[in-house]
Ligand binder design. Sequence first.
Ligand SMILES: Cc1ncc(COP(=O)(O)O)c(C=O)c1O
Length: 331
Amino acid sequence: MDWDEWMSEAARAKAEFATRIGATAADIAVFSSVSEATSAVAIALDFGGARRTLVVSEAEFPTVAHVWLAQERRGARVSWAAVRDGVIDAAVYDSLIDDSTALVSSCHGYFMNGFLQDVARIAARARDAGALSFVDAYQTLGTIPINVRALGVDFLAAGNLKFLMGIPGIAFLYVRPEIVASLEPTVTGWFGRTDPFAFNNKGLDWAPTASRFDTGTPPVINAYVARAGMAIVNEVGPQRIRSWLEILGQRLIDGGRARGLALHGTGDMTGKTSTTAFVVRDSHAVEAAMRARGVLPAARGSVIRLAPHFYNTIEDVDRALDLLAEVTGTT
Ligand SMILES: Cc1ncc(COP(=O)(O)O)c(C=O)c1O
């Protein structure tokens, strides 16, 4: 045991995450998954008053949607922002958000096809209606510059398994400092206290920072790996990464079309990440066939998803497309 070093590492990992999103370490809580982070936000909300509606995008990763649906037992009502042709028209939110809205949950990048939502616009609409905004940035952090202050969001959650180049078992939550004092996440623990090491079992004092969302002993080992991955992304630089991924993403769109593959969602690189999906007949069989030949795509329902990162090359993208076309018989 080395509690001092463990606590320091958890704090350093929070700080590295904060750097990535333009926040400070005090605005960050640590969890073992995005599901837990989302539940922590949900349990801090009160659905007993006039604001009972949760506006949830149909592009949410299932786990996030499940957390919001589970709140219906606590008096909430989920209202869906519909996905059409693999994208969501931002104007859909305008008609859904009103003075009964408690929170708007809109993922930044769509896990199916990389479609990017204008979360700044959605957060502004939520704020104007007196509602909170929650963003799952798991599919975008590490691929594109993100500044939570510029976006104006109240909560942003992400894990480290994907483009942050970490491992499963750790995730972070940003809470806008101006709202922290108004929230009491009642799934809690000693790390949610002002001083966890006061060992006071009869005092429920809420930490003044986002730390009030922390619960038990943080996932310390995972924090080391997560911080190392985030440090690489921060060192390379999100803007440089985005510039290269725009080239690889465009290559995927153009190369997919040239090979007769059916693109899922938008073909406009300004509105998507490099993650690009193609509609295929049996996505799991296609994934297995490609993996057997050394290319690692992801089967997601009716699509096969290709998600290059900054270390990938044009040749990697062409090889993946050639193989996908061969396996699906378009060439
Ligand atoms: C957008 C998004 N959110 C959340 C998750 C997973 O969340 P959790 O950390 O709870 O497993 C994923 C995993 O694929 C994801 O793509």
